[in-house]
Each structure stands twice: as C-alpha cells, then as structure tokens.
Write a protein that binds this ligand. Structure first.
Ligand code: NAP
Ligand code: G3P
Length: 483
C-alpha cells in the first residue's frame, strides 16, 4: 500500500549541476489528478537560466565526450542502482502526480533501470565499421575508411506526462551514453517524478553541467528551448499538435518525434476471441487508456462482432475503477480538461446514434470505462485520440474494409491484427500504415530494445534503445590514404 501524500515541497530545478530556485521567483503548483490537491511546487525557470544551462552543457560535454564508454556507463549503472533503491519513493511520486496505479508506477521504475542498463551495454557494443577503397570500381586498396559515431553536442529531451520517468530516461540515457550534454524538460504534470529521477542521477556524482533539468510550462519556455541555437538535437514525445508545432520552430537540427496514435485492433472472422478479448482489454483500458499505444478503436468483422462485443462488455464491467493507490485500472484522468475531451467524444457518438454498450458515467475527472458499438465514420470518436477509457467498435465486412478505415486515420503508430491465419495476418500487416504491427497481441512500445516509431501524424524518426543511440550521435569518417 502506498504511503500517503508527501508534505508540500517546493522543488528546485537542477541547473548546471546545482539544485536551485529560479530567479523568476515563480513556481508552478502540481495538483494530483486523484487527490485533487497540490502535492508540490516546481520552478518556472527563466530564459537566462536556460541560456546558462545550455552553455554549461556545452562546456561539460567537451570532457564528457572524452570519457570512455565504460566511464560514462559507470555513471548510468549507478543511476539505475539509485532508481532501484528508491523505487517506492519515485513510484509514489509517479502515482500521486499522474494518477498511475502504484504497481504500474513501480514497474515503470524497474523498467527504467533495466532500460538504462541495457543502453550502457548496447553502447559498449556499437563498434562502427571499416571500408575498403577497392570495394568500389576504380577504388584503391590503399584507401581505408574508418566509420565511427560521435556525439551531436547538446540534446533537448522533452517528455510527456504518462511515463514521467521511463519516457524521460529513454531519451536521457542514450543521449548521455552517446557523449552528449542534455537539457531535460519534463511535462509539467510529471515534473516532480522527473525531479526525483534526476535527484537519483545527481547522486551518482555526474559531472556538473552535463545535464540540466529545466522545469516550466511548455507553453511558456518551450519555444525558447526548441529554437535555442545551443541545441543540437531534439527528442520529443508528446501530442501530435505539439510535435507538429515543434517541427516548425526548430531549424536544421536532427529531431525525433514520438507522437499521438489511434491504434486499431483489426479482428478477423477467424480470430481466437480469448486472445483477442484479453489483448483488447489490456491494450485499451490500462492506465485508463492514457497510453500513446493504447488500442483506440476496434475494426471487427461483422461475422464475429456480436460475440466480441458481448465478451468485451462482460470484461469492461469487471474493470476496477477508483484510486491508483488501490491499483485500479480505471483511474481519474490527468486533468478535468482531458476528461471533458473524452466525454465530448462519447456525447458526440451517442448523438450520432452509436450504441452505448456500457459506461458513459463521469465523476469529475474520472470517466468510467465506456464501450460504444456500431460506431460510424461520421463520429469523432472514430478518428480523434481520446487518451481516456472509451473504446469505439466499428463493424466491417472484410479485411480490405478494415485496412481502408485503419489507413484513413491521420495517425500511424501501431496496429493489432487478430487472426489464426499467419498468411492473412502478414497480408494485412503489409498494408496497414503503422510503425509497428502486432499479430495476436496488444499494441505496445515494449520491449524497449525494439524499434519504436510512428508514421504520418504519429511521429518522425525512431526510438528504441539502439535507434536512440544512433539518432543522438552521428557518423565520423576517417580515411587513411596508405602508401
Ligand atoms: P503534450 O501536451 O504534447 O506535452 C508533451 C511535452 O511537450 C510536455 O513536456 C509539454 O510541456 C511540452 N510542450 C508543450 N508545449 C510545448 C512547446 N511549445 N515547446 C516545447 N515543448 C512543449 O503531451 P502530453 O499531454 O504530455 O502527453 C499526451 C500526448 O502525448 C498524447 O497525444 C500521446 O499520444 C502522446 N504520447 C506519445 C508517446 C509516444 O511514444 N508516441 C508516448 C506518450 C505520449 P507541458 O507539460 O509544460 O505542457
Ligand atoms: O504512451 C507511452 C507509450 O510509450 C506506450 O508505452 O509500454 O505502455 O506501450 P507502453
């Protein structure tokens, strides 16, 4: 059982190796989505403090990049150990700040320590390549190319609220291992969790200045960070609108964007419905559907639709609804505004004659799990990302129709296909516009060493540990012209 609310603390920002209050004198109150009370205050840093942090990062990066991979890795290994040691404190912060079930919050911390350790090992085994000059017509054996990877400089890491530790470390760890400096801007609702994570990192004795934690509202300090000439790469995870805005603000630097999704579960008429129901339930409703990779629509063959909907209804009505401190699956959403969005989608669908199978009940920012059947393409819930516990069922007559509707979405993060015919699964997977297609499983980012990417409005570039190390470094070619 998680401990009660921590006493109100005013947290400091971590700027050029020092924990300090911002000269702005401004703080941001962080309100718990389920306790509905302020659980802490974080700094609203100034543009000058951003400048100082970036300058310090460039200075520290010179010697940081000269450390061996093992020396850099030793800091990160200690970081993973510190996170593991302080799991309960950090998990409590995650739970209180973003309303994630306590067990899921503890799993997030464990997953993060594992990610950091894997990142160290992956970096240690990235060896570059050598090229023979005579590999190309007319080339000479006396020309030997050596290709290595070198850091980019200073990486700006911006993370979302729903995995305030894991999705931040999934940027910070590879950035540091690749030899970069880091400016970390957490989601405001996620800042306390981010601070606790960086407190753990600072306890490793990390060289001062190599990483700064700049808390503050993205709408206030975000553009200044993104447009800053001292930033050499941006790795962003968040909503598609925000990501699209960033992509227009930054100039001529590499950027990786992991954005929104509207992942379909395509259920064929030969699907194993035991597997299908289990995957859809977990994929659509865990953490109240506040996952980018949540299943956000079901495209089911009409031949099995009645049975599937009946079985989903039974499972939805068993979902635990309540406090994250009791490990409920359905918890209050991150904000009242988020709940308004979800309720609006439900209201629109019902007004356009969707069938309410179960749900459509709200208590402040707690939305009860809602299953809608006979959803048409005229309804907003067919297309808009709810980031909440509402699941629309769209009935289709063929795989081709399912693919057509799946691909009509502006999003292309992941998709699930349920069938017992592998050839059919691969045929559908080939045609679905998505970064990842899951066969007979829920849509999900993990395991974290897999490539993770979205296409269309779901993102640009690739995450996942190996790809993150690649995206936060560049090739350096040295050519030996031998006698
Ligand atoms: P968000 O509102 O887009 O915020 C994401 C981050 O961007 C936050 O740190 C936010 O800071 C910052 N930000 C806001 N405006 C900015 C600006 N002008 N310049 C720079 N940074 C700015 O997203 P969210 O509500 O935290 O997360 C939910 C969304 O993220 C959903 O759409 C979800 O699908 C997506 N997401 C995608 C993935 C993925 O891996 N593909 C993972 C998780 C979430 P503030 O918090 O201060 O506004
Ligand atoms: O929304 C966060 C995204 O990265 C999903 O992660 O592991 O829940 O699929 P996961």
């Amino acid at each position: 059982m998680a401990s009660k609310v921590t006493e109100l603390t005013t947290y400091k920002a971590y700027l050029a190796g020092e924990w300090k209050a911002s000269s702005s004198g401004e703080t941001i109150a962080i309100k718990s989505p389920y306790l509905r009370e302020t659980i802490g205050l974080v700094q609203a840093v100034t543009r000058n403090e951003v400048d100082e942090a970036i300058t310090a990062a460039h200075e520290a990066q010179k010697s940081w990049a000269k450390l061996s991979l093992s020396e850099r890795g030793a800091y990160l290994e200690k970081w993973a150990d510190e996170l593991t040691k302080n799991n309960e404190e950090i998990a409590t912060a995650i739970m209180q700040e973003v309303g994630k079930g306590y067990s899921d919050a503890k799993k997030e911390v464990v997953r993060t320590a594992d990610l950091i350790r894997y990142t160290v090992q992956e970096a240690l085994h990235m060896h570059g390549e050598s090229l023979r000059g005579d590999g190309f017509p007319g080339g000479s054996q006396k020309k030997l190319g050596i290709v290595q990877r070198v850091p980019l400089g200073v990486v700006l890491a911006i993370s979302p609220f729903n995995y305030p530790v894991n999705l931040s470390a999934s940027k910070i760890a590879p950035a540091l291992m690749a030899g970069n400096g880091v400016i970390f801007k957490p989601a405001t609702q996620g800042s306390i969790s981010g601070i606790k994570m960086i407190e753990a990192l600072s306890r490793t004795g990390l060289p001062k200045g190599i990483l700064s934690l700049t808390t503050g509202r993205g709408s206030v300090i975000g553009d200044y960070l993104v447009e800053h000439k001292g930033i050499n790469m941006i790795t962003f995870t968040g909503g598609s609108d925000t990501g699209h805005h960033l992509s227009k603000q930054s100039a001529m630097i590499p950027m990786v964007l992991e954005l929104g999704g509207k992942d379909p579960a395509i259920v064929c008429d030969d699907a194993d419905l035991d597997v299908t129901v289990k995957s859809i339930m977990n994929g659509a409703f865990s953490y109240s559907g506040q996952r980018c990779t949540a299943i956000k629509r079901v495209l089911v063959n009409e031949k099995v639709a009645d049975e599937l909907v009946a079985r989903l209804k039974a499972e939805v009505e068993k979902l635990k609804v309540g406090s994250p401190a009791d490990d409920s699956t359905i918890v209050p959403l991150i904000s009242d505004k988020a709940a308004d969005t979800v309720q609006g989608l439900i209201d629109d669908a019902l007004a356009k004659n969707a069938t309410l199978v179960t749900g459509n009940k709200r208590e402040k920012n707690l939305i009860y799990p809602t299953l809608l059947d006979h959803v048409s393409q005229a309804m907003d819930v067919a297309w808009i990302e709810p980031f909440g516990p509402v699941l629309p069922v769209i009935r289709v007559s063929s795989d081709e129709e399912a693919i057509e509707i799946a691909n009509k979405s502006q999003y292309g993060l992941q998709a699930s296909i349920f069938t017992q015919d592998i050839d059919r699964a691969l045929a559908v997977a080939r045609q679905v516009e998505a970064g990842t297609v899951q066969v007979n499983g829920r849509t999900e980012r993990g395991p974290d060493h897999f490539p993770f990417l979205g296409v269309k409005a779901s993102g640009m570039g690739v995450q996942g540990i190996h790809n993150s190390l690649i995206s936060m470094s560049r090739q350096k070619v040295t050519v030996l012209n031998l006698k």
